[in-house]
Design a binder for this molecule. Structure first.
Ligand code: HXC
Length: 510
């Protein structure tokens, strides 16, 4: 009996050691935590219950019988974060480079099944050399099982992946199928094919960080939504994000709780009245939100996506950023906003849209890049929303971009506009140049003729009252009333029920 207990204890000890002290030390020397240290840091103390501690691979090829580790390089289990139940897995790079064989893959797939049964978020901490080469097609099968479950769980439970080491080849597609990707600066990379393969195939030369590091994916490709300097700040970031998310798509959002909201002159201080002057919309968000967290901060900075708390309620914010490209919408901005809107709608998170938009970005590159197809994503995403939608038009709301950004017609429940709002097909200069091209040419004084026509146009359209008269805007509000009105609106909209027509699923223009 004692022998059996001792055997269990020694097996447990082996499981805790992973690939051994030496490899763990190497991991730490790189500034990385081990898989188990990461889980311990992420979860509440003593809350993690491991599953599949003694799973091993059964590959006999390439001397693999000698390379057998308890747990097969993946630590999986259920724990709590700030008291909320979550499923967590961490790949252990000290065990065969965290490579994914059949059993390693099956452990993660099983955890996804458990998360779906329990209806709790799943968090993956990836650190892996990819498909375990020795196991051949069996490791590819392991990935397939994970991809399938990531896709099936999408929209039911939040899925978060942190890339905390290498993530190469087809392995990148599990993170890509999840809702949010975090990356650690310097120590993580994601790519389909690494620098050596690229050099062999295309002759291009690049280092691993420039190809697939956190700055590349947070700022250029848009693959990752969050980048943090090290393991602990990345895990802290995941905890912070979770505070805005529900456990699953069946959880209803909470109505805001608030007292008397004082008028705030700060709004007029941060937004210049002249439509020609830019400003930082983040200052406006800070005045509305009790706290907030930006999503995809470094990608498509002309639009801001963020989670926020107002009156204790989680909301998503989609906001123009006049500080970047005058807040116009381009391909990347539409993609970014559409994905965020769909996440919020899937998980019953109401959306506040702050609009100061000059239009869709003109240009050959945009047209040839498919702005028509990409721009349609944001329209589609807003149109299929069933969550409460509140829109505030601060200054400019022009053309297709006005209609596309949570307009009344696309389903917004409440649209407010500031007195300086200009809601029109386009700005006065462009409009007058088109409407009076011939007259300007033949006028004795073209400059003053154009100026007079622009004034006439601005008087007619550069205000919110034409839109309010026709019911496209529900109310014109003073800037200082913004927070109060937004909170009242979300409180008023609590209990909104809107059902999508019964169908298999829509066909978003991908
Ligand atoms: C088996 C692997 C492995 C793999 C690493 N190891 N990757 N074992 N299969 N894919 C082992 C190494 O042999 C080594 O074992 C240990 O892990 C640590 O690896 P090192 O190379 O010493 O570490 P490092 O120098 O930090 O380099 C890490 C690395 C490199 C960049 C990840 O190991 C690497 O390039 N690995 C191969 C990456 C790759 O091409 N993977 C396949 C991608 S294709 P020892 O015993 O020496 O400690 C793919 C398809 C998925 O994943 C398709 C899904 C549909």
């Amino acid at each position: 009996m004692n022998d059996k207990n001792d055997l269990l204890k020694s097996k447990r000890m082996n499981a805790l050691l992973g690939g051994g002290q030496e490899k763990a030390a190497k991991q730490r020397a790189m500034g990385k935590m081990t898989a188990r240290e990461r889980i311990a840091y992420l979860c509440d103390p003593s809350s993690f219950m491991e599953i599949g501690t003694f799973v091993r691979h059964n590959c006999q090829d390439f001397s693999m019988a000698d390379e057998c580790f308890e747990g097969d390089g993946a630590v999986t289990g259920i724990g709590t974060i700030e008291g909320r139940k979550v499923c967590v897995y961490a790949q252990d790079f000290t065990v065969m480079g965290g490579s994914l064989g059949k059993m390693h893959g099956r452990k993660i797939a099983r955890l996804l099944d458990v998360a779906l049964t329990l209806k709790v978020p799943v968090i993956g901490l990836n650190d892996s050399g990819g498909a375990r080469i020795q196991e051949g097609v069996d490791s590819l099968s392991g990935y397939g099982e994970i991809f399938y479950r990531n896709s099936r769980a999408s929209g039911i439970i939040p899925q978060i992946t942190a890339i905390m080491g290498p993530c190469a080849g087809g392995a990148v597609y599990s993170p890509a199928l999840t809702d949010f990707i975090f990356m650690v600066d310097r120590t993580s990379q994601m790519f389909i094919t690494g620098p050596q393969v690229i050099k062999a195939v295309t002759g291009e030369e690049i280092d691993a960080q420039s190809l697939g590091g956190s700055m590349t994916h947070s700022g250029i490709s848009g693959v990752c939504q969050f980048a943090f300097p090290d393991d602990s700040s990345t895990l802290d970031g995941i905890k912070r994000l979770l505070a805005y998310l529900p456990q699953n798509c069946y959880e209803k959002h909470r109505a805001p709780v608030f007292g008397d909201i004082p008028l705030d002159p700060g709004f007029s201080a941060v937004v210049p009245t002249s439509a020609k002057k830019s400003y930082d919309m983040k200052n406006v968000i800070s005045l509305i939100a009790d706290d907030w967290m930006e999503v995809s901060e470094h990608y498509a900075r002309n639009i801001i996506t963020a989670f926020a708390h107002i009156g204790g309620m989680s909301i998503g914010i989609v906001a123009s950023q006049p500080n970047c490209m005058a807040g116009c919408i381009d391909i990347n901005a539409s993609d970014k906003a559409a994905r965020f809107i769909r996440f919020c709608d899937s998980f019953n998170i109401p959306i506040l849209t702050l609009e100061d938009v000059t239009g869709f970005l003109p240009g050959i590159a945009q047209e040839k890049g498919g702005i028509i197809r990409h721009g349609a994503k944001m329209i589609y995403a807003y149109s299929e929303c069933t969550v409460p939608l509140v829109t505030v038009i601060l200054r400019k709301a022009y053309g297709g971009a006005y209609i596309s950004m949570a307009s009344k017609e696309l389903g917004a429940d409440m649209v407010f506009a500031w007195p300086d709002a200009e809601i029109a097909v386009m700005g006065s200069e462009g409009a007058v140049n088109i409407l009076y091209r011939k007259e300007i040419k033949s006028a004795p004084d073209p400059v003053s003729f154009r100026a007079a026509k622009m004034e006439e146009y601005e008087e007619k359209f550069s205000n919110p009252y034409q839109a309010a008269k026709n019911g496209y805007v529900d109310d014109v509000i003073l800037p200082e009333e913004t927070k109060r009105k937004v909170l009242y609106a979300f409180a008023a909209l609590d209990g909104k029920e809107k059902h999508s027509p019964e169908k298999k699923h829509g066909n978003i223009p991908l």
